[in-house]
Every structure is written in C-alpha cells, then in structure tokens.
Design a protein around this ligand. Structure first.
Ligand code: GLC
Ligand code: CA
Length: 536
C-alpha cells in the first residue's frame, strides 16, 4: 500500500504526442511539456505520468518500444528528458514514466536477433510455437504470426509489431531489472507499468492475466528494483480481480503502490462481448462497482481513481452529457474524487474536453483501424461500426490538448498528427482559466479540498440512497469528520431533501442550490462537518 505522499498526491497523465508541440512539426514533445509545467503546478498536480517517449516505430504510439534506454527523436533527446525531470522537481512535482514490459517492438534488437535462428541466444526472450493455439490479439486476429525464416510462430497479444516477451527467461528478467534501476537512478519517481498483469502468463495453458508466475515476478522485480526507494508504482491490470489487486498493493509488501482496473468504465459494454458491443450505463451497476472497490480497499491495499486515459474515451462524452458539459463533468469528478484512492486526471479532463466524431479516414489508432477491417469482413454494416468507434475508439481522447482559440488550439503551428477537435474555439485552457464557473476552477478547488480534509483520505465509505438509479450519494466518515457527497446523475431536476444537512458546511457545489428540496440537473453537492463528540 502506498506511502502517505502517494495517498495525498494527484497524478496528471500526459500523452506526449498530443500535449504541446514546441517545434511545430505537429507532434507534441518533451520541451512542449516543460513549457506547461507551471500550468500543471497551478492546477494542483503533484505527479506527472508520462506516456512512453522511448525509441519506437510508433505502431502503437510508443507502446512498442525498440530501445528502452533511448528517447524517440520526435519527442526530443535524452538530455531534454533529464532536463524535464529536473525542472519538474524544481517546481515541486514528481515524474513517473510509462514502462512497457509485456512486449517490445519487433524492431527491438532482442527480437531482431531472436528471429535469426532457433538457437540464437535471444530466441528464448520471446514466445515461439510450431502449433499456434486459438488465442486472439487484443487488436484483432490471431495472437500468433508466422516467422518466415524459421517457420515458427511468435506470440503477440497486441499488434504483430509487439512480440510478447518470455518472462520465464531469467536472463531477460535481469536485463529488464537493470534497465529499471538505470532509470530510477536517473531521478525518475516511479512507473506506470503497462499491462503488467500479463507478465506471469502461461500461453500454452491459456492463462494470460494474473498467470501462475505473476506474483513471483512482481516480488522479484520489487526486490531487485523498487525496494527501499521512495517511488510511486501503478500497475495497469485489466484482467485482475479486485481482491488480488488489493492483495498485491498491501502495506506489508508494498509490491506496487496501486493498480488500475477497469470495471467502472466497462459498464457501457455488453458483458462478455468485448469493447465494441455497447449498452447504456445503468447507474446501479456503477454504484455496485464503486461500493465494492471502496469496501475492499478499506480492508487492504490502495486504489486509483480515474475516468479516462489515452485508451478510454473521455467520461463526459460517455457517462455525462456533452450538452451539459460543465455540469456533468464536474459532477463526475465530484462523485469519483471524494472516494478513497489516488486521483488521476487525463490531460484535458480539467477543461471538460469532449470526444470527437472522427470521419472514417481520420482514425489513427491501430486498434480502431483493425477493428473496422475485421468488423467489415464479418459483415457488420459501416454505420454500426462507426457508431461503436465514435463511442469507444481510443482516438477520442487522443486529440490535441486545447490550449487557446488560436490555430490548432494553440497545440502546434504545424499540421497536427491527429485531428484537433473543432470545439477548441469554445473549450480551451485560456477560456477555462478565465471562467470562475468552468471545469478548471472547480477541479482545482476540489483537489485543494481533498488535501485539506483528512476524511477524504481515511474516511469510511457508506453508500446513501443505494436503490436510486438517478442519484449517486455517499458518506465518508472518521471519528472527527463527516463528508457527504450527493450527485444528480441525470439531466432532470429531482426532488431531494437537503434540509437534513442544515448543520453541515456546504463545502462544494457545481451550481447554486435553488431550494433545499431539489437537486438541479447534474448537480453535485459536498457537505462537511466536524463531528460533535458529545453525540457520537
Ligand atoms: C496498454 C496501453 C495501451 C497499449 C497496450 C499495449 O493497455 O495503455 O495503449 O496499446 O497496453 O501496450
Ligand atoms: Ca514537436
């Protein structure tokens, strides 16, 4: 479980391709990030998580690393990065890097060697078979591709250009630990570990997530790299059960500070049918998932709180309403960020940025493009495919950060690598910073309150109005403080008795309370009081 500074930190995810372009080649870069550090500090950010900037052919936007030690020239140089770390520290923040350890690029020297012959010393760094089984790739098609020269198939759970590493090879593991230590010695404050639930897999018995060796390898990595260092580690673990997540983050071992799980943002998918078959969100499902998370993490471990990232479309467009952008995104963040855990903000969420309806030819993401081809071949009609893509494509959250209302949203003077959302004239950081009633100032205030009130960190979670399918409300309580969060998840005014909270302080609300028997559409209210010990 996390150290105290980690429990109190707010993490901001930067997707470097789309954050800020300093040299006008249309691609965000490290020096662009440096320019914006004061912006992040001002928002109340403690830790920056940087999506991969390592050398990569960019088949999966950097999640296909061809050299763990080098920086992709499109993002800058290693000196630029070292400078960014230094500058981040100077401004009182920390920086964690993304680390992709389940696979490399097929252009990594290990794979280039491994392909040469069956007895190449690097052959066993990857997973080979004469007879591929039926496991499919996350990015469509078989997870096995035949290598022409040696006639064997190699395993890749993601794209063909992302061969999976064979973690059962101990020489490989130790090369990785060395690399991790080199980065930590350089001053990095931790890692976000990409699909790390997969490293213990047994492909031949079809055990992928949380495989038989996961705990052993995590312990070994902890012993070799993390132990004794004051760092933040967050494991992306899509396939892990909640109980296992709590167990792997428990205080005694501190194997990982926390993990990312996705139960709360898979609720608009038809169960068991993958990410493209959609259904409307039932608020009762969301309440059930959060309640369980809060209960489990109160007993053991530590959790993360997030709505969006570079893989997940922006929550306001999924669970909120684009027409009520400011109200619904502030409501969603109130609901989430007063829970126990470490909050994560994905770039642009603090502005209430929305998803963009890409035209077919505008999609860039390999997952979306492969899905389109596969679905078309299966006879699904184009309109339905586009509908799924508009809701769930990863490109939704990858449009450039909207800084101001000048050309390309102030992101770049060149031609951006991906379409800028045309709503930047209205939705941008410059406007939001002016607007005291916008999303930016609300989030900033919320983050401050989180830090001031210990009950947010420690309080016991009790759901309120549990059977309501329109209102999400809960209480957090310690022996000294009580906090109550009430959120109207709908676009309608609802009858609700707020007079119960007369003795509380109104800590935060996203719109004025009209009367004490009504919640306005998407209203979020936070009440607070110090407990009267005489009565408790
Ligand atoms: C993670 C990343 C995603 C990437 C995949 C393969 O889920 O977040 O962007 O495509 O792993 O590395
Ligand atoms: Ca650039």
């Amino acid at each position: 479980m996390a150290n105290d500074w980690i429990k109190e930190s707010v993490v901001y995810q930067i997707y470097p391709l789309s954050f800020n372009d300093s040299n006008d080649d249309g691609i965000g870069d490290i020096n662009g990030i440096k320019e914006k550090l004061p912006y992040l500090k001002n928002l109340g950010i403690d830790v920056i998580w940087l999506s991969p900037v390592y050398q990569s052919p960019m088949d999966d936007n950097g999640y296909d690393i061809s050299n763990y030690y080098e920086i992709n020239p499109m993002f800058g140089t290693k000196e630029d990065l070292i400078d960014l770390i230094k500058e981040t520290h100077n401004q009182g923040m920390k920086l964690i890097m993304d680390l992709v350890l389940n696979h490399t690029s097929d252009e990594h020297v290990w794979f280039k060697e491994a392909k040469k012959s069956k007895d190449n010393p690097y052959r066993d760094y990857y997973i080979w078979s004469d007879t591929p089984n039926d496991i499919t790739s996350v990015f469509s098609g078989s997870a096995w591709t035949k290598d022409i020269l040696t006639g064997q198939y190699y395993f890749h759970l993601f794209s063909k250009k992302q061969p999976d590493l064979n973690w059962q090879n101990s020489a490989l593991r130790h090369e990785i630990y060395q690399m991790i230590n080199d980065w930590l010695d350089l001053g990095i404050d931790g890692f976000r570990l990409d699909v790390i639930d997969l490293i213990g897999k047994d492909v031949f018995n079809k055990k992928l997530s949380d495989g038989p060796y996961l705990e052993t390898f995590l312990k070994e990595m902890h012993e070799a790299c993390f132990k004794g260092r004051d760092i933040l580690t967050v494991g992306e673990m899509p396939g892990l059960s909640l109980e296992r997540a709590a167990y792997l983050t428990k205080e005694e071992d501190h194997l990982l500070s926390m993990v990312f799980q996705f139960d709360h943002i898979s609720l608009d998918e038809q169960p068991g049918k993958g990410k493209w078959e959609l259904k409307p969100l039932d608020l009762l499902d969301l309440k059930r998932v959060f309640k369980r998370q809060q209960e489990v993490y109160e007993k053991q471990g530590w959790g993360s709180l997030f709505w969006s990232n570079h893989d997940q479309p922006r929550a306001v467009s999924r669970y909120g309403s684009v027409n009520q952008r400011v109200l619904s995104s502030t409501m969603l963040h109130t609901l989430l960020f007063f829970q126990r855990g470490t909050p994560y903000i994905y770039q642009g969420e603090e502005l209430g940025m929305t998803g963009y309806r890409f035209k077919l030819e505008e999609f860039k993401d390999i997952e979306s493009i492969n899905y389109y081809k596969e679905a078309l071949a299966l006879g699904i009609n184009e309109a339905d495919i586009l509908k799924s893509l508009h809701q769930k494509s990863r490109d939704n959250s990858r449009t450039p950060m909207q800084w101001d209302d000048t050309k390309n949203a102030g992101f770049s003077n060149g031609t951006p690598w991906i379409k800028v959302n045309p709503n930047y004239k209205e939705i941008n950081a410059a406007n939001e910073q002016q607007d005291k009633n916008g999303v930016y100032h609300y989030i900033k205030k919320l983050l401050q309150l989180r830090k001031e009130k210990n009950v947010v960190k420690e309080g016991h979670f009790t759901p309120l109005d549990e059977t309501s399918s329109q209102i999400f409300s809960y209480q957090r309580k310690t022996s000294n403080e009580t906090l109550v969060v009430i959120c109207n998840f709908t676009n309608e005014a609802l009858t609700y008795d707020l007079s119960t909270y007369q003795s509380y302080e109104l800590l935060l609300t996203n719109q004025p309370i009209t009367n004490d028997h009504c919640l306005s559409p998407y209203q979020a209210i936070v009440y607070y009081k110090e407990n009267n010990h005489g009565n408790h």
